[in-house]
Design a binder for this molecule. Structure first.
Ligand SMILES: Nc1nc2c(c(CN[C@H]3C=C[C@H](O)[C@@H]3O)cn2[C@@H]2O[C@H](COP(=O)(O)O)[C@@H](O)[C@H]2O)c(=O)[nH]1
Length: 365
């Protein structure tokens, strides 16, 4: 018997002894993100959720979302987001969420990476969206996957020009962003005929299936960590890609998924800050101090994993509390997340930031 056959035999024996059957290929796909987040939260000692504040926040979030008529339509109302309901928007969203990470800067507001577009100065996430829109206006096919792997045309200089700043600071993690474009372009060419819509079609309208497809085929979407010796999945950019498609197409066409409720909050660095400001999430004194001093937290550090896991589980508890208040509310983890991100940006703009966001430099968020 070959080693491989021995492995299979042992695996089957182990499964039988544990009473776990082989994976049923017809079972609906699961991402396991929410299960992993609950595990992290149940085993966290430096980050804790607060149910009293979660219940209070559920009231105020539901009221504000109803008052603003908050729905997936908000996505297209953002000035810079693409409006066309066609493949160009699919390609734009894929490019955007391939690079949707780590915009924070250690420089001042004036010196940080910034992009001026349509007479406005954009920073953070919006600087990425503005740079992509500006490139398209300048006839650079920056949202075309075949362009990313054509190194004669898509040179590093062209990409530096696309992501040029108003300031001396270059776009954070510029080199890593180029690598993401090259890698994703190669995988799309090899497996999906350089077509993002072909990738979406392979998921057969399953949100979880599309998230898993991205994590399986594209290393730069495989956002996983180890916590207490266990592998945990966050899959932030894979999930926000599905959510952005769902919102941009208002649940139709390329945004039509039969299991969109399986998408969780996106474990970034803004929503945890908002959950803390609402009192829903609290940090141990050493972690609180590290964040307030703006000291780096290394990617993969237990503190970072606890913040990310507790944030995902915290938004799930918020969602449950909101539905207890109004079982008919059209609210899922995506809309709560979008709402909290936008609220965090409003608070940042009005200088009401109660605590800084945590500083981790990584391509995952
Ligand atoms: N969890 C979550 N994380 C989000 C977003 C968004 C933008 N989504 C738009 C789409 C619909 C909504 O209405 C939003 O307007 C960006 N980010 C993440 O934040 C960080 C950037 O922060 P800053 O540097 O301050 O811009 C970075 O990790 C980025 O990946 C979100 O929605 N949820």
């Amino acid at each position: 018997m070959s080693d491989d056959e021995v492995d299979h035999e042992l695996l089957d024996l182990l499964r039988k002894s544990l009473g776990i059957g082989p994976k049923d290929p017809s079972a609906p796909p699961e991402t396991n993100v929410l299960k992993d987040a609950e595990y992290v939260c149940n085993n966290s000692i430096d980050v804790a959720l607060d149910m009293r504040h979660t219940k209070l926040a559920a009231h105020s979030i539901l009221a504000q979302m109803q008052e603003r008529g908050y729905s997936s339509k908000i996505w297209c109302e953002h000035a810079l987001h693409p409006k066309a309901k066609d493949e160009s928007t699919v390609n734009f969203i894929f490019t955007m969420d391939l690079l949707n990470f780590s915009f924070w800067s250690e420089k001042s507001e004036e010196e940080r990476f910034a992009v001026t577009y349509q007479e406005k100065r954009w920073t953070g996430y919006w600087s990425l969206v503005a740079a992509l829109q500006r490139a398209l206006d300048e006839d650079v096919p920056i949202t075309t996957p075949a362009f990313w792997i054509n190194e004669e045309e898509c040179t590093e200089d062209i990409l530096r020009h696309v992501f040029r700043s108003d300031t001396e600071e270059e776009m954070p993690m510029f080199t890593e962003r180029v690598e993401c474009l090259r890698e994703a372009g190669r995988v799309l060419e090899e497996e999906f005929d350089s077509s993002v819509t072909a990738l979406i079609e392979e998921a057969k309208n399953s949100a979880a299936g599309l998230v898993n497809l991205l994590a399986d085929r594209f290393p730069c979407f495989r956002d996983e960590a180890r916590f207490e010796r266990k592998k945990v999945r966050f899959l932030k950019r894979a999930q926000i890609f599905v959510a952005d498609l769902w919102a941009a197409f208002e649940g139709l066409d390329y945004g039509s998924f039969n299991d969109i409720e399986k998408i969780t909050m996106f474990a970034d660095y803004r929503v945890p800050q908002m959950l803390h400001s609402l009192g829903c999430m609290a940090y141990s004194p050493p972690l609180d101090g590290r964040i307030r001093r703006l000291d780096l937290i290394e990617p993969g550090h237990s503190w970072e994993v606890q913040i990310r896991g507790c944030s995902i589980w915290g938004v799930e508890l918020l969602r449950r509390e909101i539905l207890k208040l109004d079982p008919e509310a059209k609210v899922n983890a995506i809309l709560i997340d979008f709402f909290l991100y936008d609220l965090a940006k409003e608070q940042e703009k009005s200088g009401e930031e109660a605590i800084p966001h945590h500083r981790t430099r990584s391509i995952w968020y």
